[in-house]
Design a protein around this ligand. Structure first.
Ligand SMILES: C[S@@+](CC[C@H](N)C(=O)[O-])C[C@H]1O[C@@H](n2cnc3c(N)ncnc32)[C@H](O)[C@@H]1O
Length: 300
């Protein structure tokens, strides 16, 4: 993959912010970045500790050799395939800025669907203090966004990865939800007593099948944690273990919300029915694909 347009260009630092952006955008475009100019601006802001608006209003400003070197190192990481969010350490989700690291999945916009529906159900439900658990919390984005919207809710964010939980802890604190979200390191819901305690069980567990690994973008496979991506041979084995646990811990009129692989809808539906759930609704993502399932207890 070509990195610099020419060796001589590489040796001299660009005269000013505008020239640096142009050179970086060209390098990023050659490496296949889908929005090279925007990426160049974000990375320059990150290198210099500037907001993007300051980058855009400083185009004629000179750059020192040291500033260019710092910037070029970041551009080089992006050119080599590292996701922008792991370089800047942040991703927006549900209008909030989350810290991310290679220990966690980068929050995806389709997951906002799950949060949005959980918030509606919580408001409609009218419970004084709904109890929730977010299983496979990663960065904590689902638990934090839900708790921020439903300020009277309290609960848990669970992950099997201690490194992911360390990131979730940063985000729970950053967004002022640490008094209401308790972090637990465990396998699925095993740390919780098998009694109906939760009004909401929210989960975006790993759901890519091992056989579909080749269909994923290389950037995803090479850089995002496999523990967050792959759900077993068929991608649904984890649900076969999880659903009976969830059934025992969900309250009678509670809701289970799961983000899933659209190609596995029928398998998931069968597993839900076999585990004593009834499907209440299926939500589509912005591409019109079924992406989130809402279920309740069949005898609830
Ligand atoms: C697809 S990521 C979702 C992260 C976050 N909830 C989001 O939506 O961006 C799945 C998460 O589940 C965690 N995980 C995988 N297996 C688990 C298990 N058996 N028990 C608990 N968490 C698990 C992974 O470490 C990862 O953080």
């Amino acid at each position: 993959m070509p990195v610099m347009s020419s060796e001589s260009e590489d040796r001299t630092s660009p005269a000013n912010v505008r020239a640096a952006l142009l050179r970086a955008a060209r390098m990023l475009a050659e490496a296949g970045d889908s929005a090279p100019r925007l990426t160049a601006e974000v990375l320059l802001g990150h290198a210099l500790g500037w907001e993007r608006v300051r980058v855009l209003s400083s185009l004629p400003q000179p750059l020192s050799r040291q500033q260019w070197d710092q910037y070029a190192a970041l551009v080089q990481r992006r050119v080599s395939g590292v996701p922008l969010q792991y370089i800047t350490g942040r991703q927006e989700f549900y209008g909030l800025s989350f810290m991310v690291s290679p220990a966690v999945l980068i929050p995806r916009p389709e997951t906002e669907l799950l949060v949005e529906r959980a918030v509606i159900l919580a408001r409609e439900g009218g419970a004084d203090a709904p109890r929730f658990v977010d299983v496979g919390t990663g960065s904590g984005c689902v638990a934090v966004a839900f708790a921020r919207q439903v300020s009277y809710a309290g609960g848990f964010a669970v992950d099997i990865s201690p490194a992911a939980l360390a990131v979730a802890r940063e985000n729970v604190v950053r967004h002022g939800t640490d008094q209401r979200i308790h972090l637990v390191c465990c396998d699925l819901l095993e740390a919780f007593r098998a009694v109906p305690t939760f009004d909401f069980i929210l989960c975006n567990l790993p759901y890519v099948s091992s056989s579909d690994a080749g269909r994923l973008d290389r950037t995803v496979v090479d850089h995002e944690p496999h523990l967050a991506l792959f759900g077993g041979e068929s991608g649904t084995e984890i649900y076969a273990r999880f659903l009976p646990q969830a059934r025992l811990r969900l309250r009678a009129r509670g809701h289970l919300l799961i983000e899933f692989d659209p190609a596995r809808l029928e398998i998931l539906r069968r597993l839900l029915t076999a585990s004593g759930f009834i499907v209440e609704s299926i939500l589509e993502d912005l591409q019109g694909l079924p992406r989130c399932i809402v279920a309740g207890k069949s005898d609830g």
